[in-house]
Structure formats: C-alpha cells, structure tokens
Design a protein around this ligand. Structure first.
Ligand SMILES: [Zn+2]
Length: 126
C-alpha cells in the first residue's frame, strides 16, 4: 500500500508531533533515498517509503509505515529535548552497525526508546 493518502496521513502525523513537542525538524516524507534516518545536526528526518517496504519484506501496511515514522520522530524529540545527551549516546554506538542491522535497534538505548515510543503511540493512529 503506497499512495497519496498514505503520504497525507504520514505528513499529518509528523505535523502533529512537531507541534506537540515544539520541533522545527524538517521531515522529508517520501524521500527519494533508500533509508529512513534522523540526522541530528541538521535536525532532519529522511523517510523513505521504499525502505519501510524493503525492511518489511517488500510491502508495508499502514501500521508499518506509521511505526517507522514514529520511530524517527522519537529521535528528533530526544535530540531536541537534550542535544548533549543524545550526541553522547550517538558517539558510543558503532556506525558500522547502522547498515540494515536489526540487532542494532535492539541494543542502542536511543533505538530502544524509539521503538517503544512507536509501539505506544501507534494505537492513536490506527
Ligand atoms: Zn532509529
């Protein structure tokens, strides 16, 4: 499932959290890239629909699209809440593990927080 309605929903959700948490984060929904990531210095979220589909075996449900966005939004929330603390956590993690590793998301504290946030918030949107 991937259409304009999906993008509309994701944009609305991103706007909702930006307003709620006073974020100036730039969120690039339907990024042309192949990754979903949050870039701290630029306070930027790249969100690739293709990446979410690939990660979920070639196709994604609305729940999976939203979950992936909520995950990245939590990184933005954490960074904007305490930049120093977030950067310290980032320094500790091994960048090499970034490459598509599911394990990576199970061991980094900020990734665990992002996954929990996505799980908790997801219910509001479904
Ligand atoms: Zn993450």
């Amino acid at each position: 499932m991937r259409d304009n309605q999906t993008i509309e929903i994701l944009t609305k959700i991103a706007d909702d959290y930006k307003q709620k948490y006073n974020l100036l984060t730039r969120v690039d929904i339907a990024s042309e890239g192949f990754y979903c990531y949050y870039q701290t210095g630029k306070d930027y979220i790249a969100y690739s629909l293709q990446k979410v589909e690939k990660f979920n075996g070639g196709t994604a449900s609305l729940k999976q699209y939203i979950g992936a966005l909520l995950h990245e939004l939590k990184h933005a929330i954490d960074y904007n809440t305490d930049k120093g603390a977030f950067e310290k956590e980032l320094e500790k993690c091994n960048i090499a593990l970034y490459e598509d590793s599911k394990e990576y998301h199970n061991i980094q504290p900020f990734e665990i927080r992002a996954n929990e946030f996505a799980r908790q918030e997801l219910e509001k949107w479904l």
